[in-house]
Ligand binder design. Structure first.
Ligand code: FAD
Length: 205
């Protein structure tokens, strides 16, 4: 899905820079006029931040009240069709993302790599015990991500008075993305207000 969206944006004239980390906002005389990245400076009249937990906003002293909620996801191989829908049990949640390729939610544990490894192995054992042929499931790996968790609902709008920074952070963003993406794109391209987003405006603004 993300690749398809990036390809479509490219087909409509967007320049998509892969493997390019934004390291900071470029601020000139108190005004944001671009981003500094691992591949150099990219000037912009408006910087649109949709980078999950908005660390890049810190210099703006805009208190967006967005926490980070860690979540660990594991990839598991399994007999195709073993998991037919989203299955949520005590201590695990699993879904098949493609034939024989499962996404397993592992209860998040703070602490050492060994503790996280143990949590992933425990979740795998839970999965194996729950399904017939579960013993054929194998752990491919796992990663911990930070889910952006805005304290007061979606945060969507200009984060600075001079409108040089626009943020869009929400949870559950996959569900909300089609509608919010359309509203934000229309707002930024046409300048037309989006009444649906009114109550999502950053409190700082
Ligand atoms: C286990 C689990 C289950 C979930 N289930 C659901 C669900 O069923 N439905 C639902 O709607 N949501 C669900 N969510 C939440 C959903 O994943 C998040 O709400 C969504 O991913 C947030 O989207 P986002 O684009 O705002 O941020 P992210 O998905 O975090 O994307 C941010 C992007 O910005 C990039 N980025 C960050 N910093 C920089 C930087 N400095 N420079 C360049 N790039 C940067 C990151 O690499 C990433 O690609 C779930 C999350 C988890 C972990």
């Amino acid at each position: 899905m993300t690749h398809a969206l990036a390809a479509a944006a490219g087909a409509h004239g967007a320049t998509v820079l892969h493997n390019t980390a934004v390291t900071s906002l470029q601020v000139t005389n108190g005004h944001v006029d671009g981003v500094l990245t691992s591949t150099g400076l990219h000037a912009a009249t408006t910087v649109v931040l949709t980078a999950g937990v908005p660390k890049l906003c810190e210099p703006l002293s805009a208190d967006l009240a967005i926490a980070a909620s860690p979540a660990t996801l594991a990839r598991v191989t399994a007999p195709p069709g073993l998991v037919k829908t989203i299955v949520a049990g005590p201590g695990f949640e699993v879904r098949e993302v493609r034939d024989g390729d499962l996404l397993l939610v592992v209860p998040h544990v703070e602490g050492t790599a060994a503790a996280r490894e143990q949590a992933a192995q425990d979740a795998l054992q839970h999965l194996q015990a729950t399904f017939q042929e579960g013993d054929q499931c194998r752990l491919l790996g796992y990663r911990t991500g930070q889910r952006p968790m805005p304290a007061h609902g979606p945060v969507i709008g200009y984060a600075t008075h001079d409108r040089s920074v626009y943020v869009a952070v929400m949870h559950s963003a996959i569900t909300l993305a089609p509608t919010v993406g359309r509203l934000v794109a229309d707002k930024l391209v046409t300048g037309r207000p989006a009444p649906e987003l009114q109550r999502c405006r950053p409190r700082a603004h």
